[in-house]
Design a protein around this ligand. Structure first.
Ligand SMILES: CC(C)(COP(=O)(O)OP(=O)(O)OC[C@H]1O[C@@H](n2cnc3c(N)ncnc32)[C@H](O)[C@@H]1OP(=O)(O)O)[C@@H](O)C(=O)NCCC(=O)NCCS
Length: 152
């Protein structure tokens, strides 16, 4: 397994990795567009040469936001998301971010546990933030992590 800094050329592989984690995946064009935006960066996990996971972030004006993260179901619970987050948060710090935010569905226990384990704490609630189609809407928890040296 290796983690690589994602470039625009990785957009199709990022889309493949994203599709393994979400019912409504983002396509390669969406990833290429995001990566071209200000402060956006990501890491791609490759198992041999097969996309195994990804993380995408944006760091602007001292604040980082985790835009998405996913790991192939066959490769979960092996620390891959933790490694992707460590890489992303390290890069965010290097980009000058002193805090990181993310949104997680209130019913996404694996992701909430991942973030809590990394030190993220609940900072807010967005009611009905996620559209779950016929199942209605789900709330989002906003989580925050202090990235200043004294806090880590
Ligand atoms: C959330 C996700 C990225 C975790 O990936 P992963 O590689 O399995 O996570 P890790 O192995 O690095 O787990 C790190 C920690 O997260 C927590 N965790 C991860 N999966 C968990 C689960 N199914 N149940 C409870 N805790 C879980 C644990 O604390 C774990 O540490 P441990 O294994 O030492 O107990 C993965 O489940 C996924 O892709 N889900 C679908 C996409 C998604 O929901 N993304 C987040 C959107 S906000």
């Amino acid at each position: 397994m290796k983690l690589e800094w994602a470039t625009a050329e990785d957009a199709p592989a990022l889309a493949t990795a994203h599709a393994a984690g979400f019912a409504q995946p983002w396509d390669a064009e969406a990833f290429a567009g995001l990566l071209a935006g200000p402060g956006v960066f990501g890491f791609l996990a490759l198992d041999e040469e097969t996309p195994a996971g990804l993380v995408l972030c944006r760091a602007v004006a001292g604040e980082a936001e985790v835009l998405t993260i996913a790991v192939d179901p066959a490769l979960r619970r092996r620390g891959l998301a933790k490694a992707l987050m460590a890489a992303a948060l390290g890069a965010a710090r290097q980009a000058g971010a002193d805090q990181a935010f993310l949104e997680v569905a209130a019913d996404n226990a694996p992701a909430a546990a991942l973030y809590a384990g990394l030190g993220f704490r609940r900072a807010g609630l967005r009611r009905g933030y996620y559209d779950r189609g016929p199942e209605g809407r789900a709330d989002a928890l906003v989580m925050r992590l202090d990235l200043t040296p004294a806090s880590s």
